[in-house]
Design a protein around this ligand. Structure first.
Ligand code: SF4
Length: 294
């Protein structure tokens, strides 16, 4: 921690990080919470423990700071499903139609959209955008979830974008666990398939699941998201029991960061996120659209 002080650094960690990384982080949260924190952060260096699109967002919001990622191979497969070239193609196919992108996209893709959203505010962003038809990507399940809460017409791009981790959750597992723990509240992430939401009691982002676990009267929770979130929940609500809906729901990309890599990246100031200035300028606007809605 001396090193952190010397470098005037701050460590931000996503909810899906290894427990030991969450424990040394200055702030733990989901994409929205981390974006907000990145926008306010008072430090020279940000060590971002998350996948690359998250560190890119921090770099876009903090062009004067050094944003480092402990392992540069931490990529999100879902973000890679909607590259910038594909967005340009959709723009030609649907001229004039506004594009809302999930924050789980690369900076070069964000540079071509009108607004960015997270799983915590997808419907709110769609409802606030000046367009009755909205192209939305890359997660088809989040597009369906936003559609349920919006009167606008949402067209998912691409047709089959998904998170391989949230696809692991099955409706039957939730039903079985609910039978085993009848007094438990089942919580699911919108990236899960709709049939999983249908048998869950609460569907939302990891930040809202975490908040729900703090304020709910329930003392048992079945959690259908990456198992890293359970560490934060258990730490913050000691009188409750948290049951993973599927114990193998692990995002291998998030887990590439280790304590040793965090230390080395800070010590050597390596793996800095560097983006072309044009991309930073263009991607900043749709991110700020979302942040200004708060
Ligand atoms: S959990 Fe899914 S969406 Fe999140 S970083 Fe991993 S692969 Fe990407």
């Amino acid at each position: 921690m001396r090193l952190k002080r010397e470098k005037e650094a701050i460590i931000l960690a996503h909810n899906y990080q290894r427990p030991e990384i969450q424990d040394v982080a200055d702030f733990v949260g989901d994409s929205l919470e981390l974006s907000l924190r990145a926008a306010q952060v008072d430090a020279k260096v940000i060590v971002f423990c998350g996948v690359n699109f998250m560190a890119e967002t921090a770099a876009i919001l903090n062009p004067e700071k050094k944003v480092l990622i402990p392992d540069p191979n931490a990529l999100c497969p879902m973000a890679s499903m909607l590259p910038a070239d594909l967005i340009k193609l959709y723009k030609r196919k649907y001229p004039g139609v506004k594009i809302v992108l999930y924050i789980n996209t690369l900076a070069e893709a964000k540079a071509y959209c009108d607004a960015v959203c997270t799983s915590a505010n997808a419907a709110e962003v769609v409802n606030n955008i000046d367009s009755e038809v909205v192209l939305f990507g890359p997660d088809v399940n989040l597009a369906k979830y936003a559609q349920m809460k919006s009167n606008k017409k949402i067209i998912p791009i691409p047709r089959g974008g998904f998170c391989p981790v949230h696809k692991l959750f099955k409706k039957d597992d939730i039903i079985r666990l609910k039978e085993l723990y009848p007094d438990a509240k089942a919580m699911a992430h919108p990236e899960c398939d709709p049939e999983v939401w249908e048998v869950s009691d609460f569907v939302s982002s990891t930040s809202k699941m975490h908040r729900e676990s703090l304020t709910s009267k329930a003392r048992k929770f079945i959690v259908a998201t990456e198992i890293g979130l359970l560490h934060r929940m258990k730490k913050d609500r000691k009188d409750a029991i948290f049951i993973p809906a599927y114990e193998e729901a692990i995002c291998v990309n998030m887990r590439l960061h280790t304590l040793e890599k965090v230390y080395l990246c800070l010590r050597d100031e390596k793996y800095e996120i560097k983006l072309p200035e044009k991309v930073v300028l263009r991607a900043r606007e749709p991110i700020e659209f979302m942040l200004q809605m708060r």
